[in-house]
Design a protein around this ligand. Structure first.
Ligand SMILES: [Zn+2]
Length: 77
């Protein structure tokens, strides 16, 4: 069993704990850890540069919960 290793995306400057139980965990600068899909929804899809270590999340189904709350239209104002 390998210990989780932490990789930092050179493009997005976000840390990803690879090999952690239950799947890779993304460590955001603020808020709770999330999934690679969440990182893609929040950061990587806007960068779209080669060298991003989260390209594999491209094409994943993104849930509303994966976006920043402020980016989800609620209808409330
Ligand atoms: Zn990235």
């Amino acid at each position: 069993m390998a210990d989780p290793t932490t990789q930092t995306c050179p493009i997005c400057s976000v840390k990803i704990m690879v090999g952690s139980p239950g799947g890779d965990r993304v460590l955001f600068s603020s808020g709770p850890a999330g999934t690679r899909t969440k990182l893609w929804a929040r950061v990587c899809q806007f960068n779209q540069k080669s060298g991003c270590i989260n390209q594999q999340a491209k094409g994943d189904a993104i849930a509303d919960d994966d976006y920043y709350k402020s980016e989800v239209p609620t209808g409330d104002a």
